[in-house]
Design a protein around this ligand. Sequence first.
Ligand SMILES: N[C@@H](CCC(=O)N[C@@H](CS)C(=O)NCC(=O)O)C(=O)O
Length: 421
Amino acid sequence: MIDEQAIVDEAGDQSFPASDPPSWTLGRRSSAPIRVGHPEWEPMTAYVAEMSYFSGKMEAYLRYKEIPFERRVVGMKVMRDEVLAATGLMKVPVIRMANGQWLKDTTPMIEWLDSQYPDPPVIPKNSALRFLSKLVEDYADEWCWRAALYWRWRPTESRKLLMSRIGSEVLGDFPAPNWLAGWYFGRRQIATYLTGDGMTAETEPHIKQHYLDLLDNMSAILENQPFLLGSHPTLVDIGLFGPMFRHYAEDPTPSRVMEERAPAVSAWVGRVWNARASQLPAERTLSDFSHRGWEYFLKEIVQTYWPFLLRSAEAWKAGNKRVDHHAHGVTYKGLRVVHYRVYCLEVLQHEYETLSPSDRKAVDDALAPYGRLELMPGLRSGLMKEHELPLPSTRPQPSTLQRLVLGLTGTPWDMPRTPEE
Ligand SMILES: N[C@@H](CCC(=O)N[C@@H](CS)C(=O)NCC(=O)O)C(=O)O
């Protein structure tokens, strides 16, 4: 059980060992959120795409924290000319601060912004809760991705709509008619993230079921509380908002499933999007992860996601581009080895290894019913510096030819580097 007193002390939050349903009673924060302004950074410009998983995640965070920002909805030209030049990848969301500095990648962005705009924190201050929350965020980012892509691109009605939206919203400057550009991009998403990432006749039912399991377990957690850890949004809400908002709640097929099967999740999506720190009560009550609805997530993380990160990191070290992964009684064959995920494992491992003995015991106890986190000693992804924020003002620029190729083929999933010896 996570040390209740430590949570109160470190976080200024009241937190309670959750019963089932959780007994979240009122704790008191001494004051309303103190808005720490950073005029040199504000307003920030968030480069986003309307149908983007990670853009939805980032915007929910900025909105809740009331960090002044302007949205810039981007197409390929801006991706190529501005985002690529400043961040080294053509991916959204990224942020350009008023002083010209750039931020990229939602996980480090949220971590950095939460340290600069500390009240109220989204990342729990208690180290055990913080680590568990980061595990859930990472799982939402990297493992929930495949099923969210499945529900977007596999049902015909969703696929047709999204091809058309991408053609007009993202690829307006592509050298082809919008419908053709949208079709091309849609096929590329399917080839990269579904058939090219472990979807076979054997795994497809499991990929499809994943969404339904998320809905059922989130519904259970939300039975007695407005947000996933209690009275206020925290990192786990923001992380799971990634798949739940722009994909599941907005794409035609999964949105109907959500409305029918999980109205509590549908309401939560609206609640997170509408949440503003200054408008929520100063009293803040968070529970730990012992609500029965979390069992599914912790089990998935220990038995499926963490071993997947380990297998990916081992394959990356061995110089392999593909890896098989056994989960849910089936084999996901030929999954892409994504260098970024080696970085994710390195960050999480570091966080786990630097927990105090009592916090580590609290984490181990929470995960014990499902197994334990195996560690990979001496793991170095070589990507830690790349994700230090704000980004350096200059970086090596791609050649004109590389820019042309990237413009035509789209963002590679990953820009891998060879393992450091
Ligand atoms: N790890 C990154 C992932 C960002 C990402 O993959 N963004 C997608 C949109 S949701 C993207 O820009 N994809 C561009 C493409 O596939 O060409 C983050 O957390 O920000």
